[in-house]
Design a protein around this ligand. Structure first.
Ligand code: NAD
Length: 383
């Protein structure tokens, strides 16, 4: 058994996603399990080099986790030939510049979504990576969630018959920041900083629908900024220049109609923070982050509309849980492992910067659809 080390420059690890999901729950979790078994007798050992702007914050994280390497000098770490992978979970607006520098330095790149704030930048990054011959990856964590894996299993089994529609509800109340602190960073609510729920969530819905069913062919969206003023991390009020809700209808290549509401100004009356319902001719399913319930056509009740009588059917109780039938790992870690295998062994991989650009394209078209008040086609992207 040989241990192969892969040194990864990790930028943005002081942030919510960079620290919790990528450093702790993914890269350090892979080390906790003894590295990544490559299946050929070798083990891959990820060695993070923490990168950021604030030395004290980086040092504190490094000390907490017993890590030896951190730096505030991105150029120096990119010039280091022992570092072969660059990872980016910075605020979206800071990402394209850093990715360009990493690609120019010959690093394989892996990053959070959205890859950029404009399709022009997103496509440029994808072309640069292709031309430089480096491997690229973009986080598409939702398809690795247990609930969505179960949905995918149902689709693959033919459970639904002909799929008719998808209804998605995503969201929760994000506090304004005045009498209770906001649970999301303030840049999310400023368009000039790359914020906005359309830019944030439509990239997710792009790959979720593509991977579950088929690619999106059109989008009609209505965005809103329901909460116009918020209070930032320092207690100062600011104007929310970005959308905090988007109500979108998508047509898919297979004929499915998908409607997904995404909002940071909604109170949760669901079982989970995101839920998708798929209705098909033979059955329906409702999936959240973890659970998935089904109702087959053979057990579908026959309600009759009569508002004069109280509801007698326990509709929610008429659904059946889909069993796990597997152990589910953290979705971010599962995708990290696949990316590291792709880097080490050139295993098949489809979530590259072009896939990331598709998400940015959908977000851009969603915003335009709302601004122009019309439905827009979503052309298939190529490089
Ligand atoms: N995959 C997902 O489900 C998911 C969820 C949330 C956020 N994200 C994405 O992850 C990225 C980071 O989001 P987050 O919620 O962790 O944000 P965050 O504000 O918590 O962290 C941002 C990080 O970027 C760094 N940074 C670099 N330049 C900066 C600048 N000019 N201003 C402010 N911070 C700067 C910060 O130091 C910090 O490390 C975003 O691109 C976001 O869209 C993805």
């Amino acid at each position: 058994m040989t241990r192969r080390t892969v040194r990864i420059a990790m930028n943005g690890v002081t942030g919510r996603m960079g620290y919790r999901q990528h450093l702790v729950r993914s890269v350090l979790a892979i080390r906790d399990q003894g590295g990544l078994d490559l299946g050929d007798g070798d083990t891959l050992w990820p060695e993070p080099v923490l990168v950021g702007r604030r030395a004290d914050a980086l040092r504190a994280i490094a000390d907490r986790h017993g890590l030896a390497h951190w730096t505030t000098d991105l150029d120096a770490v990119l010039a280091d030939d022992t570092v072969t992978v660059y990872f980016d979970a910075q605020v979206t607006a800071a990402r394209p510049d850093a990715l360009r520098r990493a690609i120019a330095a010959g690093k394989h790149v892996y990053c959070e979504k959205p890859t950029a704030t404009s399709l022009t930048d997103a496509l440029d990054l994808a072309r640069l990576a292709r031309d430089a011959g480096v491997r690229s990856g973009v986080v598409q964590d939702k398809i690795f969630l247990p609930g969505l894996l179960k949905l995918k299993r149902l689709v693959d089994s033919g459970f639904f018959g002909r799929v008719l529609s998808v209804r998605g509800e995503f969201g929760y109340w994000v506090f304004e920041g005045d009498w209770q602190s906001a649970q999301r960073p303030s840049w999310n609510y400023r368009a000039e900083d790359g914020g906005g729920i359309t830019a944030d969530m439509l990239p997710h819905w792009e790959y979720v629908l593509r991977e579950l069913l088929s690619p999106i062919t059109s989008v009609q969206a209505l965005t809103a900024t329901h909460i116009p003023t918020r209070v930032d991390e320092s207690g100062a009020p600011y104007r929310a220049t970005a959308d905090d809700s988007v109500y979108a209808v998508f047509q898919l290549a297979d004929g499915t109609v998908a409607q997904i509401n995404s909002s940071w100004a909604v109170r949760v009356a669901r079982d989970e923070l995101v839920e998708f319902q798929i209705d098909g001719t033979h059955g329906s399913a409702v999936a959240g982050l973890r659970d998935c319930r089904v109702q087959h056509r053979s057990v579908t009740p026959k309600p009759v509309w009569n508002p004069d009588l109280p509801t007698t059917e326990p509709f929610r109780a008429q659904w059946q849980q889909v069993p796990d039938n597997a152990e589910f790992d953290n979705g971010f870690k599962a995708q990290w492992e696949l990316f590291l295998r792709h880097v080490a062994l050139d295993t098949p991989w489809r979530w590259d910067l072009l896939a990331g650009a598709r998400g940015v394209q959908l977000a851009e078209l969603g915003l335009r659809s709302s601004a122009e008040g019309r439905r827009l086609d979503v052309p298939e992207l190529t490089l």
